[in-house]
Design a protein around this ligand. Structure first.
Ligand SMILES: Cc1cc2nc3c(=O)[nH]c(=O)nc-3n(C[C@H](O)[C@H](O)[C@H](O)COP(=O)(O)OP(=O)(O)OC[C@H]3O[C@@H](n4cnc5c(N)ncnc54)[C@H](O)[C@@H]3O)c2cc1C
Length: 388
């Protein structure tokens, strides 16, 4: 069997790339290989499904702003019933005295990129959000528009369904080997023994991307990092509540009639996760999260803890930023990896960028050169400061 392009991983990143290849006019054969089409353990479906413009570097803001435009075009692209339940409620990122200058510097970058973010003092925050205590807070950056949360399953389903009518092979299989002859990839072999010869492989394997790169003999500092998300109920509802990020790193946002929260992992002990471990770190809620919530939002002193889940970040241990584009020496192996907690919102933009690179030989809409592999090879971090 031969396919001109093989995409390893069929969740949001793999599906976006395949979708935009056809949108960009690519006519060759494409196989998207996915080992678990239920996506039960994919980062995509275990995420918090939120989109923001509050990043520290312009390139990340541009990726999210492309996806935001994509969200506003869903019905034109996928039909009148296309709906991902986008709630444009904003992020509110709080800083203590210590973090105030960084917050303000990030805000300047965001405004220069056209993002609709307000920088508010502690007094302004308390005046605007009646439920908030600004105790220990020096300032907050609030997304007036263009930020919020959505249904990740619905977005993935829209893209995967679109692939079926675009002559793209959705293959169920586990890529177990990648054949390479010198500086060219020649094919992939699935665990069931099927071999697919190919002219181009794209790594869209999420938290497993480091292992997939290793199958081709290539190094990639991307590993799974476990992140727990807790659901709770509270008596009070706040219609104006954005996704709030406390200076401690704890975040919380409404999710329908309940709330979800997380972000309490200890940086000192954070390390690669067992790929099979999806058990939430239950003590985090009681010991670290609840005290923060009760201080920041006094109404949450009384809350009812509920279920929890854990997913794996596709964590780039060099700089917590995406790795996008070809390997410098093995030019027919492309990366779309290492998003480190912000890949869902970047996927449509990365799909568009890589499709342009493949079809036109250059990035046209969004220049992803800065995310290229060269920095990995040189050990030169391109660091995002706002990793939530
Ligand atoms: C708790 C949590 C919260 C998050 N919150 C957000 C958020 O609010 N906003 C945001 O933008 N991002 C968020 N993220 C990050 C985001 O989910 C990921 O960056 C994004 O989903 C990555 O998409 P992906 O398609 O690359 O990876 P995945 O969704 O993990 O998909 C990779 C796919 O590749 C398949 N695969 C792997 N290896 C092979 C192989 N050898 N052969 C065949 N198939 C293979 C897997 O089965 C999987 O389906 C969060 C992540 C977590 C865990």
């Amino acid at each position: 069997m031969h396919r001109d392009i093989v995409i390893v991983g069929g969740a949001i990143v793999g599906a976006s790339i395949a979708y935009f290849l056809r949108e960009e006019g690519y006519r060759g054969t494409i196989a998207v290989i996915e080992r678990d089409p239920s996506f039960a353990q994919a980062a995509t479906t275990l995420s918090c499904a939120s989109i923001r413009q509050q990043f520290s570097i312009p390139e990340n803001i541009r990726l999210s702003r492309f996806t935001l435009r994509f969200f506003h075009e869903l019905q034109a692209r996928f039909g009148a019933s296309a709906d991902i339940a986008f709630r444009e409620k904003g992020y509110l990122i709080l800083a203590s005295d210590e973090g105030r200058d960084i917050l303000a510097a990030n805000h300047r970058v965001q405004i220069a990129e056209g993002a609709d973010i307000a920088l508010l003092s502690a007094a302004e925050l308390e005046a605007r959000f009646a439920w908030l205590s600004a105790d220990g807070v020096a300032a907050g950056a609030y997304g007036l528009s263009g930020e919020g949360w959505f249904d990740a399953h619905a977005l993935l389903a829209l893209l995967r369904t679109a692939l079926k009518s675009r002559d793209i092979d959705l293959v169920k299989g586990d890529v177990a080997d990648i054949a390479r002859s010198g500086d060219r990839i020649t094919g992939v072999t699935l665990a069931n023994g099927t071999t697919i010869e190919t002219g181009l492989v794209i790594n869209a394997a999420g938290p497993n991307a480091g292992n997939v790169a290793a199958l081709a003999g290539l190094g990639l500092p991307v590993e799974p990092r476990k992140r727990s998300v807790f659901v709770f109920e509270a008596a009070d509802r706040f219609d104006d509540m954005p996704l709030l990020v406390d200076p401690s790193g704890v975040y919380v946002r409404p999710e329908g009639s309940v709330y979800i929260t997380g972000g309490a992992e200890d940086a000192a002990t954070d390390g690669p996760a067992d790929p099979a471990d999806f058990e939430p770190d239950w003590p985090l809620f009681e010991e670290r999260i609840w005290p923060v919530l009760a201080t920041r939002i006094p109404a949450f002193e009384a809350l009812k803890p509920g279920r929890a889940w854990a997913g794996h970040y596709d964590y780039n241990s060099l700089d917590q930023n995406a790795v996008i584009g070809p390997h410098p020496d093995v030019a027919n192996f492309l990366f779309a990896n290492g998003f480190s907690g912000h890949g869902l919102q970047q996927a449509p933009a990365v799909g568009k960028a890589l499709a342009e690179w493949i079809v036109h030989g250059e990035y046209r809409s969004i220049d992803c050169t800065a995310f290229g592999y060269a920095r990995i090879a040189e050990g030169r971090p391109f660091r995002e400061l706002n990793v939530i």
